[in-house]
Design a protein around this ligand. Structure first.
Ligand code: GTP
Ligand code: MG
Length: 343
C-alpha cells in the first residue's frame, strides 16, 4: 500500500532582540485564540505552541482569501535565539519560517540584525512583527483587531507616526539587502518581506501576522511540507533535562514522520553516537500540575510536527541541538550515518 503523504504543520521560530516581545506575542496568540475558538484548541507542546488552522482563520486577518491547506502552525520561542543559532549551525532543519520581533519604538538592535543574517544564510522565509504599536503616543487600542481596522481608528498624527516608524524599518532592512513593505501593500511574497504592525499586549495585528505566515507557507513550502506521517520519526533535541521520576529526558521537536514508544532511536552524544529505545513519550497537560507525574500525559505515539518529551535509558551526554532519528525496518546503518553527518 502506498504511504499516505500529508502536509505537516510548519514550524515557526520566534526571534529577535531581548525584551522586544517574543514570549508576549506567543502568550497573546495562545490567549486570544482560546477566546475565539473552543477551549483546548491551542495546545502547549514541549518547547512549542500548536495553533490549528481553524483557530487562525477564525481570528479573521487580512489575506483570508488564501486557500488554506496547511494544518496549523507550530511556534517555537527562542530566548535570545540561542537555540536557533545552535540548531542551524549543526545543520538541523528545524525552522520552516520565522517571525522577527522588533520593538517599533526602539527599532533594530544587535540581535535583530543577527537574526536577519541567520535567516538570510539559511534562506528561511520570515515576517517582521513591528511590535508594541500600543506604545505610540496617542494610540487608541482596539483589542485583537486586524491591523487595518485598528489603523483606521487612529487619528492622522498617530497614523503618520506609525508610517514613519515602519519606513525606518524598511530603510534598515534595505541596508541589509532586503526589500520590505507594510504587509497590506505587498502583493508578491517572493519580492518583499512583510512588516506587520502588532501589539503583543493588546492583540492588535496578530490575526494578520498569522495569515501572512500561512500565505508564506502556501507560497513556498507545500512541497517541502509533504512528509510521510507513517515514516520513521526525525527531530531535533532542544534540551536535555533530568526530570524527577523520569530520569534523563530529551525535549524534542519532531519535524518528520512519527515516533512510538519502543522505537529504537539514534542521537548524538558528546563524543559518540547513542542508540537507545523510547521508554515513554510525554505531552504536557493543559494545566500544569505541581507534581511531575501529573504535569505530563503519557502517549503511545506522536506525529510531526510536534514538541514531545522523550524518556529513554542511556541519555547521559546527549547534546542539545542533536538530531534524533528513529530506526525502523533495517535502516540502522543509514540512520547512524545520517546522525553522524548532521552533528
Ligand atoms: P527575551 O525572552 O528576554 O528575549 O524577551 P522577549 O522578546 O520574549 O520579550 P517579552 O515578551 O518578555 O516582553 C518584554 C517586555 O515587553 C514585557 O514587559 C512585556 O510585557 C512587554 N511587551 C511585550 N510586547 C508588548 C507590546 O506589544 N506592548 C507593550 N506595551 N508592551 C509589550
Ligand atoms: Mg522571551
Amino acid at each position: 500500500m502506498a504511504k499516505q503523504s500529508t502536509i505537516r504543520t510548519p514550524i515557526v521560530c520566534v526571534m529577535g532582540h531581548v525584551d522586544h516581545g517574543k514570549t508576549s506575542l506567543l502568550d497573546r496568540i495562545r490567549g486570544s485564540s482560546v477566546v475565539s475558538t473552543e477551549e483546548g484548541a491551542i495546545t502547549q507542546h514541549i518547547g512549542a505552541t500548536l495553533v490549528p488552522i481553524d483557530a487562525i482563520t477564525r481570528m479573521g486577518g487580512a489575506l483570508s482569501k488564501v486557500s488554506v491547506n496547511v494544518p496549523g502552525l507550530l511556534f517555537i520561542d527562542t530566548p535570545g535565539h540561542h537555540a536557533f543559532t545552535t540548531l542551524r549551525a549543526r545543520g538541523g532543519a528545524l525552522a520552516d519560517m520565522a517571525i522577527v520581533v522588533v520593538d517599533i519604538n526602539e527599532g533594530f538592535r544587535p540581535q535583530t540584525i543577527e537574526a536577519l543574517q541567520i535567516l538570510r544564510n539559511y534562506k528561511t522565509p520570515f515576517v517582521i512583527a513591528a511590535n508594541k504599536i500600543d506604545r505610540i503616543p496617542g494610540w487608541r487600542v482596539q483589542g485583537n483587531q486586524p491591523f487595518l481596522k485598528t489603523f483606521a481608528q487612529q487619528n492622522e498624527r498617530v497614523q503618520g507616526m506609525l508610517e514613519t516608524k515602519v519606513y525606518e524599518l524598511v530603510g534598515k532592512l534595505s541596508d541589509l539587502g532586503f526589500n520590505s513593505e507594510r504587509f497590506d501593500r505587498v502583493s508578491d511574497f517572493a519580492r518583499n518581506i512583510c512588516i506587520v504592525p502588532t501589539s503583543a499586549l493588546t492583540g492588535e495585528g496578530l490575526p494578520d501576522i498569522l495569515m501572512v505566515l500561512i500565505g508564506l507557507a502556501q507560497r513556498y513550502m507545500t512541497e517541502s511540507l509533504k512528509v510521510s506521517a507513517e515514516g520513521p520519526g526525525a527531530g531535533t533535541v532542544l534540551e536535555v533535562k533530568e526530570e524527577r521520576g523520569l530520569g534523563m529526558t530529551l525535549d524534542v521537536i519532531l519535524y518528520d514522520g512519527n515516533l512510538k514508544v519502543g522505537d529504537e532511536i539514534v542521537v548524538a552524544g558528546n563524543d559518540q553516537i547513542i542508540e537507545t529505545k523510547v521508554r515513554s513519550l510525554l505531552k504536557p497537560r493543559p494545566m500544569s500540575e505541581i507534581l511531575i507525574e501529573e504535569r505530563f500525559e503519557r502517549v503511545k505515539s506522536v506525529t510531526a510536527a510536534a514538541g514531545i518529551k522523550v524518556a529513554a535509558p542511556k541519555l547521559d551526554g546527549v547534546i542539545a541541538g542533536s538530531p534524533l532519528q528513529a530506526v525502523r525496518g533495517g535502516n540502522r546503518d543509514e540512520v547512524i550515518e545520517r546522525v553522524r553527518h548532521e552533528v
